[in-house]
Design a binder for this molecule. Structure first.
Ligand SMILES: Cc1ncccc1N[C@@H](C)c1ccc2c(c1)OCCO2
Length: 116
């Protein structure tokens, strides 16, 4: 039991900063395209083109459900949002530009975390 407690304490320590980063992403001016899963009725080709849909509300739920076993798993899901955005949207489209801006914001926050 002691070993397990050590692991879960480490995990809470690791994932607490991820929750803070997620909250900052959610309230960013350019977060609007990424707050909820892309509506595949509104974008019928999305499901065909994007194999791993991801959005901020899904990541929030996964954090709450203790789905992530490490900080890296959280980071991979966030990057999935921006990779999907680049695949589906033109760079100079409103959504494409928002994706590049949000990715830059995230990677800077992620670096702070990893160098803190
Ligand atoms: C991130 C993303 N990638 C591809 C397609 C959509 C989206 N986001 C949705 C919310 C979205 C983004 C932009 C919209 C929209 C919905 O509905 C209509 C007008 O513009």
């Amino acid at each position: 039991a002691a070993k397990k407690d050590k692991v879960s304490k480490k995990l809470i320590k690791e994932l607490a900063p991820c929750k803070a980063i997620l909250e900052d992403l959610e309230c960013h001016d350019d977060a609007w395209p990424f707050l909820l899963p892309v509506n595949t009725k509104q974008f019928p080709t999305y499901k065909k083109i994007i194999k791993c849909p991801m959005d901020l509300s899904t990541i929030k739920k996964r954090l709450q459900d203790m789905y992530y076993k490490s900080r890296e798993e959280f980071c991979t899901d966030v990057r999935q949002i921006f990779n999907n955005c680049e695949t589906f949207n033109e760079d100079d489209s409103p959504v494409g530009k928002a994706g590049h801006c949000m990715r830059q914001f995230f990677e800077a926050r992620w670096n702070d975390l990893c160098t803190s």
